[in-house]
Write a protein that binds this ligand. Structure first.
Ligand code: ZN
Length: 314
């Protein structure tokens, strides 16, 4: 579920993702109208692929916000304009199938744990670095949600008390220092300050700078971009080391747009900073690796969610 689009997929364990559908949504749509869009997207992808209700075990929603997967209530999803909204009940009235939901980052962590590079990890931290920074925790082989279902908000760990103001209202959160948004803001400041960068023309014309654009600039040796990305990697490595010192994970999986676009540049730098800060005993046998599942991680996570909540193995 997104603020400007709904991405629907049909997946099964044997064949993986068998169908995909992208439906643009009007960002003005809120509440019941958003539920209507979801219902029509689900009906359409099923019709397009000759699927009947009997072929589908569950509908799983990936919500960009805080949710209670037991009650089906979205506490807050700012990009969707939804607050204290029982989406499970509303959608279930329109779709005669079990409706399940989970925070989209937690779904990504579940996908990585059960169907991706995290299969053998018992205690795993998944961190997604893109526009913002999100995290998901697997403890003793299971997703850890916390009593208020907010666990994993690594993007809002305090890194610099005098740092930039975050979307959450606090100052100096991890994502205000090391997300793509933060890196691009620094590069813009550098260019405005007179530094030479290949991105100058794009930035002056107001183009959105994507992760791929940053990766291309690094590949051709852009000093400004390289410096700012490596600074972010330093912070990322330090934050990850703190998490491992505290929790003794046996695997860290990195994903998100920045990592997908330039894991070969970023992960070695992140590992260096990590090694400088981690306690040797805590990091014994720990690996830091890229996800490789991309956005599909959350879709695979839907299978794990359905198995958990419906108590069946599919
Ligand atoms: Zn924050």
């Amino acid at each position: 579920m997104g603020g400007t689009k709904v991405l629907a997929s049909i997946i099964n364990k044997e064949e993986g993702i068998v169908a995909r559908l992208k439906v643009a949504t009007n960002p003005e749509l809120q509440g019941d109208e958003y539920v209507d869009t979801l219902a029509s997207s689900i009906n359409k992808i099923m019709e397009d692929n000759d699927m009947k209700d009997k072929h589908i075990e569950a509908v799983c929603l990936g919500v960009p916000g805080s949710v209670n997967p037991y009650t089906g209530i979205i506490d807050l999803a700012p990009n969707l304009g939804l607050k204290n909204f029982n989406i499970k009940e509303k959608l279930q009235n329109k779709i005669p199938l079990p409706v399940l939901l989970e925070n989209d980052v937690n779904l990504g962590a579940l996908g990585i744990k059960y169907f991706g590079v995290g299969k053998r990890a018992t205690d795993m931290l998944a961190v997604f670095i893109g526009t913002g920074i999100g995290g998901g925790l697997i403890l003793n082989g299971k997703i850890y949600r916390g009593p208020g279902f907010t666990a994993g908000e690594i993007g809002h760990i305090l890194v610099d008390k005098d740092g930039p103001v975050c979307g959450c209202g606090n100052r100096g959160c991890f994502e205000t220092i090391a997300s793509r948004t933060a890196i691009v803001n620094k590069i813009i400041e550098d260019i405005k300050g007179g530094k030479q960068s290949k991105l100058a023309a794009k930035i002056k014309s107001g183009q959105r700078i994507k992760s791929k654009t940053l990766a291309n600039a690094m590949e051709i040796g852009d000093k400004v971009v390289t410096k700012r990305i490596f600074e972010a990697c330093d912070v990322i490595g330090g934050v990850l080391a703190s998490q491992v010192n505290f929790m003794n994970f046996n695997l860290i999986v990195l994903g998100g747009g920045m990592i997908e676009a330039m894991d070969s540049f970023m992960i070695p730098k992140i590992r260096d900073a990590f090694n400088n800060h981690v306690l040797k005993a805590s990091a014994k046998d720990l690996k830091i690796i890229p996800s490789k599942l991309g956005d599909d991680a959350a879709i695979w996570g839907g299978i794990a969610l359905a198995e958990e909540f419906l108590g069946e193995t599919f």
